[in-house]
Design a protein around this ligand. Structure first.
Ligand code: NAD
Length: 419
């Protein structure tokens, strides 16, 4: 038992153990790589609109400090707890190392259902959370970003709050800000664009023509909606999408631009159509070429993994697949090409890194430049994962995580153990 124990943290531990065995990491070297360096829990009191006071629990976990500042998103969701945040921080570390960013992983969050708050309450909670985090974060210590339930506006409130306390604008304290507040062009779209780009790479390997391909996307927030739109624009027929309000299925292909517009104005897919309604529990096992889970963790368990009927599984979400499901996907690796989460959704942190660099330099790039560099980083990582998986005869998650873990371990070994 540790302070982090829980189903999501246990999953990150199990995944790490598989890799540690694969890399023959000695038992006594494992905890130093796996256990988070620091964690903080804060109480965030706010005035509700009805005059009462409510207190929300917030967290931030910094996994390792070996390669530079820590970096990671902030999640607002009812399910958030310390263990989930710690697991997400660990995955961020392997992801940043895999794509070659000078960061350790971090993650934060508040246990709150954001839709239960008014805009004023949401602003008060966001500002209070950042204020409580001030002793713990900094542009060279720990840099925040958006995740589930948070967005550009919340990042702008974080940045403004931190800056007010410093007496000057510190844009580089968070990424994923609006462009008008020091954000970079291409950040909002970066994760979904990256997912779609890597799907194109996987399709090239499998010689799948996208104009004949079908896709299913679970989750229609930042990552899911942009991935669906990018796939649609690449000629893919997106036949099903879902969010927390339900699922839509149309074998001839959904009108994705219309759905994106609907979700942007209404906040979800709800109310778009009753005719196209479909059982959300069935969405992952629909036959399709490309399946993109882009919502929450642990949706693909062993039972679902055995029933998947896709050829490319592109993990837009963090941790959508359990270690038990991985055992099945490992065996099905000739049938299903996995683009593992730490590679698949890394476009977000890659462009966050570009935003941080631009903010530090006060020198901003054109969107074309951002996208060109994003795809260059993703192509290199895709190639490394693919080559390693072939060389070692392992499936892509093992290859991707082995590269990430090995890089963090290499840096720790070179720096040595202080004192
Ligand atoms: P978001 O809040 O914008 O959207 C989340 C979506 O998931 C919403 O459409 C919501 O309705 C849906 N959802 C929630 N529970 C669901 C359920 N049980 N079934 C189906 N849909 C459900 O969040 P996001 O930023 O798009 O993040 C989605 C995933 O991608 C998370 O795992 C996140 O950690 C990961 N991720 C996000 C980024 C980023 O840049 N935003 C980067 C890397 C990874």
């Amino acid at each position: 038992m540790t302070a982090y124990s829980g189903p999501v943290f246990d999953m990150a531990v199990k995944q790490f153990e598989v890799i540690a065995d694969h890399l023959s990491i000695p038992e006594d070297a494992r905890a130093r790589l796996l256990m988070p360096k620091r964690a903080v829990t804060v109480s965030c009191p706010i005035h509700r609109d009805d005059g009462t006071t409510a207190v929300f629990e917030g967290y931030r976990v910094q996994h390792h400090l070996t390669l530079g500042p820590t970096k990671g998103g902030t999640r607002f969701a009812a399910s958030v707890d310390l263990g989930e945040v710690a697991a997400l921080a660990i995955w961020m570390s392997w992801k940043c190392a895999l794509v070659g960013l000078p960061y350790g992983g971090a993650k934060g969050g508040i246990s709150v259902e954001p839709s239960s708050l008014s805009r004023r309450e949401l602003e008060a909670l966001s500002r209070r959370y950042m204020q409580e985090m001030i002793p713990f974060v900094g542009p060279h210590t720990d840099v925040m970003a958006p995740d589930m339930g948070t967005n550009e506006q919340i990042m702008a409130w974080f940045m403004d709050t931190y800056s007010m306390y410093q007496g000057q604008t510190v844009a580089e304290i968070v990424t994923g800000k609006p462009v008008s507040a020091g954000g970079t062009l291409g950040r909002r779209e970066a994760t979904g664009r990256g997912v779609a780009h890597l799907v194109r790479r996987a399709a090239d390997e499998l010689q799948i023509h996208l104009s004949h391909a079908t896709a299913v996307v679970q989750g229609f927030g930042n990552v899911g909606s942009i991935t669906a739109l990018e796939l649609h624009n690449s000629g893919v027929k997106v036949i099903a999408v879902s969010d927390h309000t339900g699922a839509l299925y149309r074998p001839a292909g959904l009108n994705i631009p219309n759905l994106v517009e609907h979700a942007a104005s209404k906040g979800s897919l709800e109310g778009y159509s009753t005719e196209l309604g479909f059982d959300p529990a069935e969405i992952l096992s629909l036959p399709c070429d490309i399946l993109v889970p882009a919502a929450v963790e642990r949706v693909i368990d062993a039972r679902v993994a055995a029933h998947l009927r896709c050829r490319i599984l592109a993990e837009g979400a963090n941790g959508p697949t359990t270690p038990e499901a991985d055992q099945i996907l490992g065996k099905r690796r000739k049938e299903i090409f996995l683009v593992p989460d730490i590679l698949c959704n890394s476009g977000g942190v890659v462009v966050s890194y570009f935003e941080w660099v631009q903010d530090l330099q006060r020198l901003f790039w054109e969107e074309d430049e951002v996208m060109r560099r994003e795809y260059q980083v993703l192509d290199r990582a895709f190639h490394e994962v693919s080559a390693r998986s072939k060389r070692e005869g392992v499936f892509n998650r093992t290859a991707a995580m082995a590269i990430g873990v090995e890089r963090v371990r290499g840096a720790k070994d070179t720096r040595g153990l202080f004192p």
